[in-house]
Design a protein around this ligand. Structure first.
Ligand SMILES: C[S@@+](CC[C@H](N)C(=O)[O-])C[C@H]1O[C@@H](n2cnc3c(N)ncnc32)[C@H](O)[C@@H]1O
Length: 192
């Protein structure tokens, strides 16, 4: 899968970031996961392999990616642990509460996903956002020549500031890991 992703330019989590995520899943004994942005299910299968009790709902809108993901999942030994939703995140509705929500789809939508899915996190549940330094460009958001990249960097920078001041969550930035990981832990209701 890693080879396929590399050859076909499929944007999957960087290895270091993925290893960090997998360790977090083991240490926190995470059992239910929502993944926004499946691609070919590379990280989905890695997460499922951490414990047979883990269940993952994962959402992918690109039909080609979703078909490949479905095939990889079906041929794996983790098919029973994974439900793939081949649809746009905008159309994905769930009442479920998850231990962890991995946000790895369109970066400009991170604030939207944060607001929309926070009620789907258990108390003390974790949001994990990938690509928070965006190939190291976040430190110089005015540098790229391309205007849409500059806009995206500004949006990521704004989301970083908003996340840091969210009262209902604790917030940890791991900028040196992979492409930058942000972990937001939902506070207990009675936690000050
Ligand atoms: C960075 S890749 C996901 C990589 C995957 N999490 C991994 O590490 O193996 C992002 C994926 O999100 C999907 N995506 C982007 N916007 C989406 C949306 N609104 N709804 C569903 N999927 C979306 C893209 O098609 C792409 O396959």
């Amino acid at each position: 899968m890693q080879r396929y992703a590399l050859i076909h330019d499929v944007p999957v989590m960087q290895e270091e970031g993925q290893l960090f995520l997998l360790r977090l899943i083991r240490e926190q004994k995470v059992r239910s996961i929502l993944e926004l942005g499946t691609a070919i299910a590379y990280t989905t299968l890695a997460m499922a392999s951490q414990d047979p009790q883990i269940h993952i709902d994962t959402v992918e809108r690109d039909p080609q990616m979703a078909a490949l993901a479905e095939d990889y999942i079906r041929r794996s030994s983790h098919a029973a642990q994974i439900t793939l939703y081949p649809m746009d995140i905008d159309d994905f509705v769930t009442e479920k509460k998850y231990d962890l929500i991995l946000v790895d789809a369109a970066k400009a939508q991170y604030p939207v996903y944060f607001r929309r899915f926070q009620e789907n996190l258990q108390e003390e549940g974790l949001f994990v956002f990938d690509d928070m330094v965006f190939h190291g460009m976040i430190e110089r958001p005015e540098q790229p020549k391309n205007r849409s990249t500059r806009n995206l960097l500004r949006r990521i920078a704004r989301f970083r500031r908003e996340a840091a001041s969210e009262s209902g969550f604790t917030c940890e930035f791991y900028d040196k890991i992979g492409d930058g990981i942000l972990i937001m832990r939902r506070r207990k209701k009675d936690e000050s």
